[in-house]
Ligand binder design. Sequence first.
Ligand code: FHN
Length: 679
Amino acid sequence: MISIKRQLNILWMLLLLSGVLYAQTTETPDQKYARMAWWKDARLGLFIHWGAYAVPAGDYKGQNNYGEWIMYEAKIPKPEYEQMAAQLNPVQFNAEAWVQMAKDAGMKYIVITSKHHDGFSMFHSQVSDYDIGDRTPFQRDPLKELADACRRNGLKLCFYHSIMDWHHPDAKGADFPKYRDNFLKPQLRELLTNYGDIGVLWFDGEWIDEWTEEQGQDLYRYVRSLQPGIIVNNRVGKGRNSMQGMNKSEDAAGDFGTPEQEILGEKSTSDWESCMTMNDHWGYNKNDKNFKSSADLIWNIADITAKGGNYLLNVGPTSEGTFPKESIDRLKDIGQWTKRNAEAIYGTTVWEEWKEGEDIRYAQGKDGAIYAFVRNIGGNQLILKRINPKPASDIFVLGDNRPLKWKADENGVSVRFPEKWDAAEQPVWVLKIKGEKAATAEIPVISIANLPAKKTEAFTGEIWVKLSAAPGTKIFYTTDGSAPTTKSVWYKKPIRVNRSMTLKAIAKSTDKRSSETVMVQLVKAKYGVQIGQAYASKYASVGSLSLCDGKRGTTNFSDGKWLGFEGVDLDVTLDLGGIKSIKGVGLSCLRVIPSWIFLPVGVQISSSTDGKTFTIVQNNAITATATDKDQNAVETFHFPTAVSCRYVRIVAKNQGACPSWHPGSGAKAWLFVDEVWVD
Ligand code: FHN
């Protein structure tokens, strides 16, 4: 009797031979699985973007927001950029120290730029003299030193290599095949024959017109012919779906998907790796201090693990050959956490119930244990819905050998942590549970005006909130933010809401455990708001009412509290609900020059009693013209305005276009507004 697996392999070979199935190589699924095994178990890798661009470190001609694209974005002439490259002399470079930091962080492989789009090779190439060995005082080969250090420490060395090349004269137009055959491929041969076993070839820059899927398939085979065991990402061809990174079709070239600066929204059994910066730049920018917190980076590891992916986290080293301190600190924090929770991270696989709300993720161990990654635990009790522990089994929190007290009832598994336990001591806790999926009721739906509510809803006056769930289920809810149980208020009719609150609800059916909790933040806004100009959907906060919800935005423009207007003015009318005597009008705006966000250049205020005829009461020019030295800031403006009216119209004039000194010169300028109010 031939096993199913063997039957599949035979079928696969027949399809292949018949030409029905076009594969990159004659590799069976089993063989591919074996080749990818180390990478799947590895989970975490360190991405390193290191090149000539570290010399300017983000600055050029008064601009300070560049990264590894500086040559292109700042239109630096080749000779001038070559001069920059010639200054690269990383005398503090210590391969052993870099590899140790990656290893201590729990990373199992390093992907370093052998050549980025600028065409400058970070290894001593014989194919080119535009490299660190020939053009700089640094006569060593950093990739050779890294290869040796990785071998000594049991890490896999991998290369990021750009197909796009801004420096090579043939890498454009009709001569591209000459570049491909006489430069790109010979350099790859050097990289795959002179540096030992290479784990992954991470291609990039495949989006250029000169590149095609066919060339990608050929390059894949070429690379695999040099090192048959190597793994190649899906940017070798043209198959990826933009920054979402997964292949658009089954037979696209490459072994894994490459979401960039994002994590898949759902679990996936395909091979994928999310690559992400720690701050806002891949290459070193000495001005960029906008680093993600260690807690957020650690939660990304939990989220990616639950979804079955790998995490390739980036560091941009300096031209001296050192890691920025902020990166070192985060690698240390990650290392402490991965060390404590290793068994939940490495070699685990996707569990069918991989998520529970926004703060719980699950993964399955090879021994069948289920790991629950949990953040934001209030107090020392936790309720898990999606799992049923085996009766009388122990639940442990990794890193602590004391079994936790727990009991399961119709509302879930309530787990109690030890008395003197400090929830804040770890950004993410991991529980090890022997159990199986629990049957839970369907999550109820919260609706406002017959539309499903978003996570946050602003309103004026009062609204009616409806809760609905599957037939035969009861719904229980709370309005004080506490976790609802079957002892909470039983929902029987729409809820009248006339104040801000956090509404949470669960559903319960007779034969199942109560559902996961659904939540909506209801925020009462002070006035009715009529927007005259469309804000961008990407920066839409909770809609126009967010201008009056009292929730202040921060200088992190993507904090979800800003309305962003691209190239157009803010034109908003507040309905005070009746004739009021007002004394002043205020608004808060954001300035983040590197992100093309400018303050308004003027504010006009007009009033009306009927909402139809308006009289201008204030015309204020805000004269401070933007300069590239302006720091990120939330600026609040207040205009004394003594008038009696029901409607107040505020028009804040957008700068219109980025100024000539700005990298976005001439492009639409953004106006970000958060709060408008009258007093
Ligand atoms: O253009 C590159 C960018 O410089 C960086 O290397 C990232 C990292 O994956 N990839 C491209 C942008 O998608």
